[in-house]
Design a protein around this ligand. Structure first.
Ligand SMILES: [Zn+2]
Length: 275
């Protein structure tokens, strides 16, 4: 299919949709200038100090640092907290919100990103499922209880050593706090906030799965397949259309639509075909 025809079909699906499900992986943030951690080279390009230390993304995103060396653990997550707070979501987020408004679409967002960019762009907190948690929420690293609270911490990070100057603490036991993010080999992550979000998502799917839902997936690679499974599962319901926007891994079975470009370019193309 020609590019123009794919955009036209995607636009027609959006126009006819009774509900919108937005699924997003790490590639969604690239157009906002966020780093892509794909492969060691991608990670080290974003974080040269870890290349000097010989640490991969998997090594840095490990919950054991909060126990063994909290300033080091918080170096990575403090830097990312600051980065995500300073980042403005790209125009693609507003295109999606524009469709929600114009076509009065009930919607839900499912993302593996922990960066809070959908909330920042204006999406409703009650309509977002963050499958790996969020950097903007903290928990006890032990954990001593089930509390999850907002991350209001100001954390300075020394960019040479990637060590944090401040260590957030748990208000209950005064131990080290950590982001409520599912890390690698993580047995201490508290899933209750994500479970609550999932309960709302399941209710949404129950109410809207038969109303010709359109699923728009952006930047979700095969390395972390959760998001792609969600897209394919929902796309399999009768009358549903899935649109996979991905510059590197766009494959999806017909009748679903594959758009082999970045998130912003793909959404812009559909938007042009709608007007
Ligand atoms: Zn505690």
């Amino acid at each position: 299919m020609e590019r123009r025809e794919i955009f036209g079909r995607a636009a027609e699906a959006v126009r006819r949709a009774g509900a919108l499900v937005i699924t997003a992986g790490a590639g969604m943030g690239v157009d906002s200038g966020l780093p892509d951690f794909r492969g060691d080279q991608g990670f080290w390009k974003a974080y040269p100090p870890y290349e000097r230390l010989g640490l991969s993304f998997v090594d840095a995103a490990n919950p054991s640092h909060f126990e063994q060396d909290p300033p080091f653990g918080w170096g990575f997550y403090g830097h990312r907290t600051n980065l995500y707070r300073a980042t403005s979501p790209h125009a693609g987020f507003q295109i999606l919100l524009g469709w929600v408004e114009r076509f009065r679409l009930p919607y839900f967002v499912v993302t593996s990103n922990v960066d809070g960019q959908f909330q920042k762009a204006g999406f409703d907190e009650e309509r977002i499922l963050e499958v790996h948690g969020s950097i903007h929420h903290l928990q006890c690293s032990a954990p001593c209880g089930s509390a999850i609270w907002d991350n209001g911490e100001e954390i300075e990070v020394d960019l040479e050593s990637m060590r944090a100057q401040q260590i957030p603490s748990c208000p209950r036991c005064a131990g080290v706090a950590r982001p409520n993010i599912l890390m690698f080999g993580d047995y201490a992550w508290l899933p209750n906030r994500t479970h609550e979000q999932r309960r709302r998502f399941d209710a949404f799917v129950g109410a809207h799965a038969r109303r010709r839902p359109v699923v728009i997936e952006m930047g979700a690679g095969t390395a972390i397949p959760t998001i792609r499974f969600t897209t394919e599962h929902l796309g399999g319901t009768e009358g549903a259309v899935a649109i996979r926007i991905n510059p590197r891994e766009p494959q999806i079975d017909s009748p679903h639509l594959s758009i082999p470009v970045g998130a912003l370019e793909g959404l812009t193309g559909i938007e042009r075909a709608l007007t």
